[in-house]
Design a protein around this ligand. Sequence first.
Ligand code: 6GU
Length: 224
Amino acid sequence: MRYHILTLFPEMVSQGLHESIIGRAVDRGVISLEAVNIRDYADNEYGKVDDYPYGGGAGMVMQAEPIYRAYRAVSDRLEKPPRVLHMTPQGKVFTQQMAQEFAKEEDLIFLCGHYEGIDERVLEEIVTDNVSIGDYVLTGGELPAMVMVDAISRMVPGVLSNRESAMFDSFQDGLLEYPQYSRPRQWRGREVPEILLSGHHANVEKWRREQSLLRTKERRPDLL
Ligand code: 6GU
């Protein structure tokens, strides 16, 4: 998987994704991350990429041409036109199922907006998917892009270790995770559930399944 992130804050994205599991996947070459600075494609010598909105109103609008040029700089190098994900609260809310779909692509372009928005004409020209990460408003698309890169990458073969995949596989069924415990056996008067110390694997599995159901019923009944 090759990610290409069009943004005015390229360091934010590359800094945020070079640690832990995703960072290691990049180091191992299983995924690659390219942060493209839209400002480098400004059509003036000052690097200005926004302007006042036609029709008036507060804020600024990101202009079409710099974004289009940044997009072409990426897409012209690719064999087929890639999916272009526009990060916007006006998009479809991102789900695990969408993460699995996007993980099948060879390349993904993320377009991160800022200011009040982006000139609609360039969106019409290049965007294939409008995607949001939830019903709240953020100041820009960089954090959503990072969230999606993380969620998509863990669905890309070779990113998770066998152990990490197995941990997830047991929860493909759409339930919440069961509670986990480690040493010490007693902590501030709280005991580890007896059954987990029994060494009886079938009973442990059964207990975990029940805990998952209980937890889902209590916290996310909408998932059942
Ligand atoms: Cl993708 N962008 C912005 N700016 N705000 C959001 C979002 C995206 N998803 C939820 N809120």
